[in-house]
Write a protein that binds this ligand. Sequence first.
Ligand SMILES: [Zn+2]
Length: 289
Amino acid sequence: MSLREIRENQQIVRRMKEAARTQVVSHAYILEGDGSVDKRCLALEFVKAVLCGNRQSDGSSCDCCISCQRIDHGNHEDVFFVSAEKNSIKDEAIEEVQRRLANRPNQGNRNVVIVERADTMTVRAQNRLLKTLEEPAPGTMILLLSENAEHLLPTVRSRCVLYRLYSHGAEIAENVSLAAAQTGEHWLNREPFYRLVKSAEAALSDRGTALEFLDALELWLRDCLISLYDRGGELSSNRWPQTAPQLKSIAGRCGKAEICKAVDAVEETRQDIQHNINTAYALKGMFLR
Ligand SMILES: [Zn+2]
């Protein structure tokens, strides 16, 4: 298997392939998703792509070189797993991580650590990990798999790239999709600020909903872009209240450059919220950009 064959969480998979292809890889990621999401599988495919000795042009792993095979068989010397002992990940386990990371990689140029159920790390363990996140050795790649990243210390979260994962079908709640589609339409139509805030109201309540709202808004904007090229078949779904021709007309009036700017604003706002900026403040700020 490789990233190429993964059908869910396409936005995240695309970013993973891009990181592997360009080898611009962050030193730490949080893969957040509930129990129905196979975070371990996605983490392994990401690591395979990054370490692959014969990567494909889109950034996916070849799935057959020695590195890929070793990761599949769980015996790659540079890929280290940490999992909860009883119900938590203790300080000693992170101390072992630090010892591993102090050594040079054996095969490639990266040391990879995959922490399963990372939200069960004790506060002491997280504080120890924080030191590694602050000053990672070159080539360090740490993946924290978590059901709820809010259980991690804000200082840990803010030093990681957060990938939010959804299980197939359950991706984004319907009311959040609706709010995102309405807000997107007001936004691209340059309607007054108060209308934008009103339609986004549902997303202003808490951080989780706000991030979900931003995911939905980005999907909606992406569908607007795609509609410009009249490839209706690629629309992410018929989840929106607008029909494909309606999306096309909204996008046509606004233009490609403006939509791309809006997508950038959404991504920046997502980062702001991940860095613990107040959600209502960050969302309102997004519309004013
Ligand atoms: Zn390979």
